[in-house]
Design a protein around this ligand. Structure first.
Ligand SMILES: NC(=O)c1ccc[n+]([C@@H]2O[C@H](COP(=O)([O-])OP(=O)(O)OC[C@H]3O[C@@H](n4cnc5c(N)ncnc54)[C@H](O)[C@@H]3O)[C@@H](O)[C@H]2O)c1
Length: 380
């Protein structure tokens, strides 16, 4: 029998954006075997998709509750060990909660839930379950964001004095101006998405990434969000000023109406000795900026890279590492945790990162609604 970790997937069907990323990522280091799931709410489409990807339909279930009850009937050594939750946001909480209550390890897409209260409840459930729980803030898996984190922790840029992230997309521009088209995306529906679209969908990535690479803890936000139309209930653009517990100031600029932009996510951390800049659309380059020195560009796979960066680099220098590799590295970290192997705590984002992300979303919306005032992020 295979010693691979038995993986189930909820959501992520053939009609989804993110499913293929998780399936490829899980297979990347030969640590997981996909054994079943619920890829789609329609059972026929669900089975058809399983057949299309060459998966036996034996453990493809009608819904997640049936998946749990049927899997529990199997002997432990055959049962799914970890389930990835890749559905629209509103299903993360009920699915993840029931999985935890029944002893499964969980890999959950971001944002963790649709409310902070749900996120806290999930955290409490996890404490009792004592299983592995990862939240897939994908960008923390790139070799060069991991390199950035280690260089900052090792003092290469000196004392951090400014944090800055820009996440610009333009995909909502053709949708937002047409009332009918807005209903074509669940991301603009508060019942499925939560109270925020832009800050919830991509602002959370920026928040998590700034904390991940800088080591700072953001403890207050002041937000100015943009809804464009009065009958649109969901923000589609926003600027959020930040203050960290160490008194460092910063900003997150996020937009889904930056017309023509694709996935332009840039993270910058400046210290009193140097600065580091990373761009998602060119993820193999990490820029080191320093007074009196020419710009230096660091790349993956070299002796100068840190251990965690090299651990997530599969090919010799010059072979680009992309988003599939980044997610693969997160899956690898989770595999180590499930198997009881040693791992660096930066190898996968945890439920604490997910809960903090939910606090960020709620406080940013609250700040905007109260007239752009400073609001504290809940500590965890
Ligand atoms: N980490 C990242 O960078 C990243 C990128 C994109 C999306 N996401 C997150 O991934 C999640 C999914 O986003 P998406 O863009 O793939 O959405 P999507 O709408 O493209 O796909 C959702 C999938 O879930 C399935 N689904 C819906 N209801 C279901 C149910 N009851 N049971 C089983 N399957 C069900 C749908 O059939 C579909 O296959 C969201 O939470 C989103 O925020 C994360």
């Amino acid at each position: 029998m295979s010693n691979k970790i038995r993986l189930g997937i909820l959501g992520g069907g053939g009609d989804s954006l993110i499913g293929v990323l998780h399936r490829i990522a899980s297979s990347m280091y030969d640590r997981y075997q996909l054994v079943g799931g619920v890829f789609n709410p329609d059972f026929e489409a669900n089975k058809a998709f399983a057949e299309k990807i060459g998966l036996s339909t034996e453990r493809v279930y009608e819904d997640f509750e049936l998946l749990i009850s049927e899997e529990l009937k199997l002997p432990k050594e055959e049962r799914m060990q970890v389930i990835s939750v890749l559905t629209p946001n509103f299903l993360h909480f009920p699915m993840a909660k029931k999985l935890l209550e029944n002893g499964f390890n969980v890999i959950c897409e971001k944002p963790l839930t649709t409310t902070y209260e749900e996120a806290r409840s999930l955290h409490e459930t996890l404490k009792l379950a004592n299983t592995v729980f990862a939240v897939t803030y994908t960008y923390t898996g790139y070799p060069m964001t991991r390199q950035m984190r280690d260089m900052i922790a090792n003092g290469v840029i000196g004392k951090v004095q400014k944090i800055d992230a820009q996440y610009y997309q333009g995909w909502i521009n053709p949708i937002i101006h047409d009332e009918e088209k807005r209903s074509t995306t669940w991301r603009l529906n508060p019942e499925k998405s939560g109270i925020s679209c832009c800050i919830g969908d991509i602002g959370t990535h920026a928040f998590d990434m700034l904390e991940y690479v800088s080591g700072e803890r953001i403890d207050a936000v002041l937000a100015d969000l943009n809804y464009l139309y009065e009958d649109n209930k969901m923000d589609i653009d926003g600027t959020v000023l930040l203050r960290t517990s160490n008194g460092v100031k910063g900003v997150i600029c996020a937009s889904q109406i930056a017309t023509g932009e694709e996935n332009n996510f840039t993270v910058m951390v400046y210290g009193d000795k140097a600065g580091l800049k990373w761009e998602q659309e060119n993820p193999n380059y990490l820029y080191l900026l320093e007074d009196g020195h020419p710009l230096r560009v660091l790349k993956p796979g070299h002796d100068y890279n840190s251990e965690i960066s090299l651990d997530g680099t599969k090919m010799p220098p010059g072979h680009p590492e992309g988003i599939f590799d980044a997610m693969g590295n997160i899956y690898k970290g989770v595999a180590k945790a499930i198997s009881g192997e040693p791992y660096d705590h930066g190898e996968y984002p945890t439920i604490v990162d997910g809960v903090r992300g939910m606090s960020f979303i709620e406080k940013a919306v609250e700040s905007h609604k109260k007239g752009n005032v400073w609001i504290k992020i809940d500590e965890l």
